[in-house]
Design a protein around this ligand. Structure first.
Ligand code: NAP
Length: 214
């Protein structure tokens, strides 16, 4: 697949590396492509472009920008360049305020997730929440003694979710489909939970797993 990764930070680079590892073509999109000079030098299969160019390039889009800039980023990517495409939304609505006893502050509410705002802003794109509830170092084929970890996903378009499930299969995850876009109200705060052991005990090497009784 041709994958347009919107972002230039750790998540964008980790997921871009994963797509390259699995044989996909990758373009990263940023306001400042020069930032990615070293990454592109180390990954000749990747190119660094503007947000609009990367979105146009991708058949599959990954949104991996700071939560407070996510709306700006999808608008800069362009409605036409995102239309009809699956968009993996790895963002979290983390506010510009310090955590309280290790608990991050969000700018969204329990009645409106960031992904729902993005979906409303670009109705023609097919947003699928994924990869927001684990650290970037474990996004691609992580190894855990307890077996495959679970990635919780949601979104309104079943075909887009099937595409994301395929990516998660390649990247070594079990997928737990939690339904439509509103489920992002529950999936985004998993990021708060995931970060607490990090902030209070400097533990950053865990992932969630959903267990089912026989
Ligand atoms: N770090 C993790 O392990 C982790 C794990 C799961 C989910 N997440 C989520 O994934 C997202 C990316 O995280 P990150 O740690 O890789 O990087 P980050 O520092 O949160 O974000 C860096 C990216 O955000 C973009 N950005 C910042 N302000 C912007 C604005 N006003 N308008 C448009 N774009 C803006 C930057 O774009 P330019 O390149 O154009 O400057 C850059 O690509 C975040 O939403 C984060 O909560 C992070």
């Amino acid at each position: 697949m041709k994958v347009g990764v919107l972002g230039s930070g750790d998540v964008a680079k980790s997921l871009a590396s994963g797509f390259i590892k699995h044989g996909h073509q990758v373009a990263l999109g940023t306001h400042e492509p020069a930032k990615l000079k070293d990454f592109v030098a180390q990954h000749p299969a990747a190119q660094a472009l503007s947000l609009a160019e990367a979105a146009k390039f991708g058949e599959l889009i990954v949104l991996a920008v700071k939560g407070t800039g996510a709306l700006d980023a999808v608008n800069a990517a362009g409605t036409a360049n995102l239309a009809g495409k699956p968009v993996i939304d790895a963002t979290n609505p983390i506010a510009n305020a310090p955590p309280a006893n290790g608990v991050l502050k969000f700018f969204s509410t329990l009645d409106e997730s960031l992904m729902e705002r993005l979906q409303r802003a670009i109705p023609g794109a097919h947003f699928v929440k994924a990869f927001n509830s684990v650290g970037n170092a474990m996004m691609v084929n992580p190894q855990f003694a307890g077996g495959k970890p679970t990635m919780f996903i949601c979104g309104n378009d079943d075909k887009a979710k099937a595409t994301v499930r395929g990516v998660l299969d390649q990247f070594g995850w079990e997928t737990a489909d939690m339904g439509k876009a509103e489920a992002a109200r529950a999936i985004e705060p998993l990021c708060m939970l995931w970060c607490i052991p990090g902030f209070i005990r400097n533990e950053w090497t865990h992932a969630f797993k959903l267990l089912h009784r026989d």
